[in-house]
Design a binder for this molecule. Structure first.
Ligand SMILES: Nc1ncnc2c1ncn2[C@@H]1O[C@H](COP(=O)(O)OP(=O)(O)OP(=O)(O)O)[C@@H](O)[C@H]1O
Ligand SMILES: [Mg+2]
Length: 258
């Protein structure tokens, strides 16, 4: 069953077509990767799904319901969370605060119910804290929970971003280059974390990544963009041997890791 359905998605910036007629599905419970050379339109694709950009044309639906024209916070409420290619944490806030802040918009209790029903609010807050601890433990960040985010290593900051996104209990999480800037040891650890995450937190994963070893190891389905156009899709073996993909990547170095 498809959780996310994207049909003929197109985005132009002036004369530049960043995505052209991109059609793809993300199966519920899967790990799907979007790959392609620099400037292929991958981040633009995520920005349309998450409501940061409005598509020029085409459709995006989660569980059959259109996301087109929704604002980012409305997309988030529908159950999609994301991380960014450039880390966006609250640098001066602690690790645990970063995770709790991620949750806050999702706590059901509004001001009225806070006043009317303090007990329910308390319960929600306790649950939020419990999930935050569980996430930090899962990402091996629990020993750093009071540390300022800016004092963490790059690899740890990337993990914290994923933890914060998961704190909203999304149905679908979009990861934009989660391994960027990580050393090989951190990348290996992250590979296992992402692989197990889908069961641990019952989440479907769509990721953009240049590290082909990671992509080939964890993806069930891979979509390849080049110059805004989908040039191939299939399982890792299909992609590895696809002549169009090899041509798109020629000279980039990434090909050796496939
Ligand atoms: N807001 C914008 N205004 C104008 N052009 C944009 C905008 N955002 C992206 N683009 C252009 O769209 C194209 C695709 O960019 P995008 O960031 O989606 O690529 P990408 O596949 O994520 O690349 P990378 O692997 O380097 O992150 C590029 O030519 C980029 O310059
Ligand atoms: Mg990008």
């Amino acid at each position: 069953m498809s959780l996310l359905e994207v049909t003929n998605l197109t985005k132009t910036f002036g004369g530049l077509t960043a995505n052209q007629d991109v059609t793809m599905n993300v199966e519920k419970g899967s790990i799907t990767a979007v790959i392609g050379p620099n400037g292929a339109g991958k981040t633009t694709f995520f920005n349309m799904i998450t409501g940061v950009y409005q598509p020029t044309s085409g459709g995006i639906a989660l569980e059959g319901k259109s996301l087109v024209r929704l604002k980012p916070h409305e997309v988030s409420k529908r159950g999609i969370a994301r991380t960014f290619q450039n880390i966006r944490l609250f640098a001066e806030m602690s690790v645990i605060e970063n995770v709790l802040v991620g949750m806050h918009t999702h706590l059901q209790a509004g001001l009225f119910s806070i006043l009317m029903n303090l007990r329910k609010t308390k319960k929600e807050e306790l649950e939020a804290e419990r999930l935050a601890y569980r996430l930090l433990e899962y990402f091996d960040l629990a020993s750093l929970l009071n540390e300022k985010a800016c004092n963490l290593s790059y690899g740890a900051q990337r993990k914290l971003e994923i933890a914060r996104a998961l704190a909203t209990k999304p149905k679908l999480i979009l990861l934009d280059e989660p391994a960027a800037g990580m050393n090989p040891k951190e990348t290996k650890e992250l590979t296992d974390i992402i692989k197990k995450m889908k069961h641990e937190f019952d989440v479907t994963i769509l990721l953009i990544e240049h590290d082909m070893k990671l992509v080939m190891e964890i993806s069930e389905h891979i979509v390849v963009l080049d110059h805004g156009v989908k040039i191939a899709e299939g399982n890792p073996e299909d992609i590895r041997t696809n002549p169009k993909v090899i041509e798109a990547y020629l000279g980039s170095g990434a090909i050796h890791a496939m």
